[in-house]
Design a protein around this ligand. Structure first.
Ligand code: DGJ
Length: 788
């Protein structure tokens, strides 16, 4: 609900309130964002308003009528540069006279119902239109410019989104240097700023930095939202824990260069701004033209990081992801990449698919290498016709044969890129992003197509239409394998080169919009060398994204934990791969590879045809377990409990009747044999059947210790050892009991673990990189009236 009370605006979501008012000068003073409070009149907000009598020393006062107003020390809803506020501005414009001072003041407000989509960029939506919007129009009377700030309050979610639009209502050309999407000024600076950084194969490393008298910047100039710095960030209190305390989460519905900055000004207030990165950005606006900044998403919770994450998860699932696959459980896929890389042909692919079918795979995906002269990454990219040597009957023929095995068929594409050694580049060298007659810096031997050029967008959309309709295609993996360099559009004039990065992503969105419409039933999975473009913009078109090329479970348990702060697990593609892992050469038990991957959208990416019978049996069981709990794992409420040496997660079905949990350990600590798993989110008064995934262990894992129990001496790796290990399996512990949800949530004391001495039946064998899955099923209706 949005209330206008005189000059005061109060925005209320389910559990939060956001308030600001218009100062006499016309500036918007931010008053409050936090837990829900009742404000029923402007007078009641008096305690939230700063009382100004005299100006701080050495500060700039706004004007002669307002000598106590120094904008540098005011919490503002938006700030422009030049009138005394020297903190990070919301907007920067260079005017026709060369000045770059702006002063946007309140003109009018409109409250409306329903969510209006952005015109030029993807944006959130609400199926039941349970959104109220406030549009504030501001005017810079000195230069005749109009700025609109839109606030969308999602009534059933604790999310407020913001967007902004500048309209050149003047008679002159202007140059926009920056237009942010979000600004929120906090009264104090007792915060921790959390951001997520990394690189290829090590995406989403979490960094917590105390906010202080400096600027903290999280940004991408990669051309994509990037694995270097994800656009999702948080501000929390020093004492905030997973389940208690205050936390703000911020994200941007945008896939290009982004910028999030936290700055503490000279007077101790904290400013957060977020939007398109102003570095190398400019947009020229002729009279009557406008520019729209992407939609920013914010949420607040006083229920700790989990509370904030759950707000974000629900918002992403309900208001970002759309189309056929929004609520549909996702198939278990098998991807050909790590099994064969570029070395594919129909026979090999069909053998792999067949092995997949035997263990319960539902969708077979042919990755890179199927088109043009694509035998390696130096050539063929851009030529989107099937290589007849590899696929004699084309896509249609292979799809048909895969379908005949009882599997759906999916395909890999990378439409935004081209190899110089390709027919497309030879025909259209002017279609790439490169500076004519200057040396080019290449990455993965490929160049970026100029999606700032509408002709390229149109051509590639057509090409993709041809590919996606060339056979029975149920799934598309959309890859993008390099960051920008030599940014230049051969289509745009010299004056517009700083518009290229933004125009590029608008071109990509245009193509995706059109392909989503033409192929509504295809399940699209985004990918950019893994998680190089994992953001809310992409999630408007792709219900899931391949989170990292690194499928090592020990890396993934950390990465998926960190993705989970801002993104629901239904958006995170996660695969079980071969051992040793191809990215880390680490050896991790197959059960752990599954445990970790199963909390995302499960897939397999390994050489099933060359796996041991034992591993294939294990995979078959894994897929059965996943199918049984898939709905919970993909769409349940996700909780983090522990991170560090031990990771602990729980996922609870919407109706709380089922839950799945896991613990995964990095390194074993001797003589620490007791461990607890603590479920969350269960019905306190219901009875649950608690079980674990009981595992079996290979005798060889006990090394020469086996001689402590064996009647005859067993030589390590000798014949006897090998024979015995293939027949004798060591049964792991079994957890199986019934108790009440509330009791379970106090922590389940697990069976004793192997702690360096002694081994007996029912000992929890839990060494380096081991994990366990736990299952909770409600067995009867509430025992007592559920007051919780
Ligand atoms: C990068 C992706 O992340 C991989 O999964 C794979 O599809 C390769 N590209 C193919 O070139």
């Amino acid at each position: 609900m949005i209330k206008q009370l005189d000059n005061l605006f109060v925005l209320e979501s389910k559990n939060t309130t956001y308030a600001f008012h218009v100062l006499e000068t016309g500036h918007l003073e931010h008053l409050y964002y936090g837990k829900k409070i009742q404000i029923n009149s402007s007078l009641e907000a008096v305690s939230l308003v700063e009382k100004r009598v005299v100006l701080a020393g050495n500060a700039v006062y706004y004007n002669d009528e307002n000598k106590s107003l120094g904008l540098e020390d005011v919490c503002l809803e938006m700030s422009s540069y030049g009138k005394g506020d020297i903190r990070e501005p919301f907007i920067e414009v260079t005017h026709a006279d060369g000045s770059y001072t702006s002063d946007f003041l309140f003109e009018k407000a409109e409250i409306r119902q329903g969510k209006k989509p952005l015109e030029t960029l993807p944006s959130s939506y609400e199926e039941n239109n349970r959104v109220d919007e406030l549009v504030i129009t501001l005017k810079d009377k000195n230069y005749d410019l109009t700025l609109e700030l839109t606030y969308s309050v999602f009534l059933d979610h604790d999310v407020i989104t913001r967007s902004s639009k500048i309209i050149n209502t003047s008679k002159d050309k202007i140059t926009l240097q920056r237009l942010m999407s979000n600004q929120i000024d906090f009264n104090d600076n007792d915060y921790i700023f959390t951001s997520f950084h990394g690189a290829w194969a090590r995406e989403m490393k979490k960094h917590d930095v105390p906010v202080g008298p400096y600027k903290l910047v999280n940004e991408s100039v990669c051309g994509c939202s990037s694995n270097r710095a994800n656009p999702f960030v948080m501000l929390s209190r020093k004492t905030t824990s997973e389940d208690t305390g205050e936390c703000y989460g911020f994200n941007l519905v945008y896939s290009g260069n982004h910028y999030e900055c936290v700055e503490v000004g000279a007077f101790g207030k904290t400013r957060f701004i977020g939007g398109i990165n102003p570095t190398n950005f400019e947009f020229h606006l002729e009279p009557n033209e406008n520019f729209e900044a992407p939609e920013a998403v914010m949420t607040y919770s006083n229920q700790g990081f989990n509370g904030m994450s759950q707000n974000m998860h629900e918002f992403v699932r309900e208001c970002i992801v759309r189309g056929t696959w929004k609520k549909k459980t996702r198939p278990v896929l098998l991807n050909s990449w790590e099994a064969s890389y570029f070395d594919i042909n129909e026979k090999k692919l069909l053998n792999l698919a067949k092995a997949g079918k035997d263990v319960g795979i539902e969708l077979f995906v042919m990755d890179d290498g199927w088109f043009g002269a694509r035998d390696n990454d130096t050539k063929g990219l851009g030529d989107w016709t099937a290589n007849k040597k590899k696929l004699p009957q084309g896509i249609a023929g292979l799809a048909k044969k895969v379908n005949a095995l009882g599997l759906d068929f999916g395909i890999w594409v990378e439409p935004e890129m081209v190899n110089v050694d390709s027919d497309l580049y030879r025909t259209h060298p002017e279609w790439t992003m490169e500076i004519p007659n200057k040396p080019h810096s290449e990455s993965r031997n490929q160049r970026i197509l100029d999606f700032a050029n509408p002709e390229v967008v149109e051509y590639m959309t057509k090409q993709m239409e041809n590919v996606f309709s060339a056979g029975n295609i149920a799934y598309v993996k959309w890859d993008m394998n390099r960051i920008f360099s030599d940014v230049y559009s051969q289509y745009l004039p010299a004056t517009k080169q700083k518009e290229v990065s933004h125009r590029y992503i608008m071109g990509v969105y245009k193509m995706l919009e059109s392909l989503n419409k033409t192929f509504p039933d295809i399940l699209f999975e985004g990918c950019a060398s893994g998680g190089n473009r994992f953001d809310l913009g992409m999630l408007c078109y792709f219900p899931q994204i391949w989170a990292s090329d690194d499928s090592d479970a020990i890396y993934r348990v950390e990465a998926q934990t960190n993705y989970s702060y801002g993104y629901p697990m239904s958006t995170v593609g996660a695969h079980v791969s071969d051992c040793p892992n191809h990215q880390t050469l680490r050896k991790t038990p197959i059960a752990t590879r599954f445990t970790v991957a199963s909390f995302g959208v499960l897939g397999y990416e390994c050489h099933l045809g060359e796996m041991s019978k034992e591993d294939l049996k294990e995979i078959k069981t894994q897929i059965e377990i996943y199918k049984k709990y898939r709905e919970v794992l993909q769409f349940g409420t996700f909780y983090r409990t522990r991170s560090g040496n031990m990771y602990e997660w729980s996922c609870v079905s919407k109706d709380k009747s089922k839950a799945v949990g896991m613990i995964t350990q990095l390194l074993f600590n001797p003589n620490t044999s007791y461990e607890t798993y603590t479920p969350k989110g269960l019905k306190p008064n219901s009875k649950y059947h608690f079980t674990n995934r009981q595992l079996e262990f290979n005798l060889k894992e006990f090394g020469s210790l086996v001689n402590q129990v064996s009647p005859i001496h067993i030589k390590q790796n000798g014949v006897l050892h090998n024979v015995a290990s293939s027949f004798i399996k060591m049964k792991g512990e079994k957890e199986d009991f019934i108790t009440i949800g509330d009791i379970l949530m106090q922590g389940v004391k697990l069976k004793q673990g192997f702690g360096a001495t002694g081994y007996a039946d029912d000992i929890r064998f839990f060494q380096d990189f081991y994990s366990r899955m736990y299952f909770m099923e409600e067995i009867e209706e509430r025992l007592l009236e559920n007051k919780g």
